[in-house]
Design a protein around this ligand. Structure first.
Ligand code: SAM
Length: 274
């Protein structure tokens, strides 16, 4: 079964980031689906590729998809899908097209390449083992995931950066969290700005936001109360209970946990009803 649709990632700024395979595939397909023919034409001209372009986006998907599927099934046409920049489907069109291929048993594949969300995560210095990408900033989406202990990645436009930072400042879950803002990745003015929300608001009040932005929020560091900390040391407390006095246990555990001796004393007293 031949591959009939290639999802091709394109550069997010630096044109040299186009992969050899991406260029090879665009040279081989019959038709390229794209968001904006002017933007994709420039990319193709830059790589001496000359192929027919068809506009594909979320608004015309319902009319374009049936034509694409028919052309693949009846005429063996081979298509590529690109977006204006980066990886299609990531805050860009393509999801419906992939599902139409699945429904029609059409073979497709993806040619990997630049993606702003992943590039920003790599640059941020924030934990990269667990992260959540929520597309463009949306207060409801951010609220839904605010209790999860992950790095949060979101896209934002320059004219909304300050209002989004104000939203974060007013949300007490995030107002003291480390935030990283990355702009213009892979381009001349690439910049990584790190800090708490107050610093970032001041920074962008002094430096007008320009270009393309990704915002990343550090995972929340959960602050444990003294009962929660002492509950984590029950094994030690129970071990000492039979061996030394309550006063001495309180002194040791207090030194160990940096919790006030009286608080420790009362915690153990209640725990053991002594
Ligand atoms: N599909 C693309 C991808 O894989 O990255 C993202 C498309 S989305 C419509 C465009 C948004 O991605 C921009 O508004 C910005 O938030 C982010 N973005 C794209 N290129 C960027 C860059 N070079 N530097 C910073 N952010 C970028």
């Amino acid at each position: 079964m031949t591959t009939s649709l290639y999802i091709v990632s394109t550069p997010i700024g630096n044109l040299n980031d186009f992969t050899f395979r991406g260029i090879e595939i665009l040279n081989k397909v019959d038709i390229i689906l794209c968001e904006d023919t002017r933007i994709t034409s420039k990319l193709l001209t830059n790589n001496s590729i000359n192929k027919p372009l068809v506009i594909y986006n979320d608004n015309n998907a319902n009319t374009v998809i049936p034509k694409v599927i028919k052309n693949i099934l009846n005429n063996n046409r081979i298509y590529a899908l690109v977006s204006d920049a980066g990886t299609p489907l990531i805050s860009d069109p393509g999801y419906k097209l992939i599902n139409a291929c699945i429904d029609n048993n059409i073979k497709y594949t993806a040619i990997p390449g630049p993606c702003a969300a992943i590039n920003a995560l790599v640059l941020s210095g924030l934990p990269s083992d667990k992260f959540l990408f929520i597309g463009f900033f949306n207060a409801k989406k951010l609220e839904e995931i605010s209790d999860l202990n992950n790095t949060i990645i979101m896209y934002e436009s320059p004219n909304r950066i300050l209002s989004t930072l104000e939203y974060i400042k007013n949300n007490n879950k995030f107002n003291n969290t480390n935030i990283v803002i990355i702009r213009e990745m892979t381009k001349i003015f690439e910049e990584v700005i790190r800090g708490k929300v107050d610093y970032l608001i001041e920074y962008f009040n002094n430096n007008k936001p320009r270009g393309e932005f990704v915002i990343l929020i550090s995972p929340q560091v959960k602050v444990l109360n003294s009962n929660e900390i002492l509950n984590n040391h029950l094994d030690l407390i129970n071990l000492l209970m039979d061996k030394i006095s309550l006063k001495d246990i309180s002194t040791i555990v207090s030194k160990y946990t940096k919790i006030n001796k009286n608080t420790v004393y009362n915690f153990i007293k209640n725990l053991h009803n002594v």
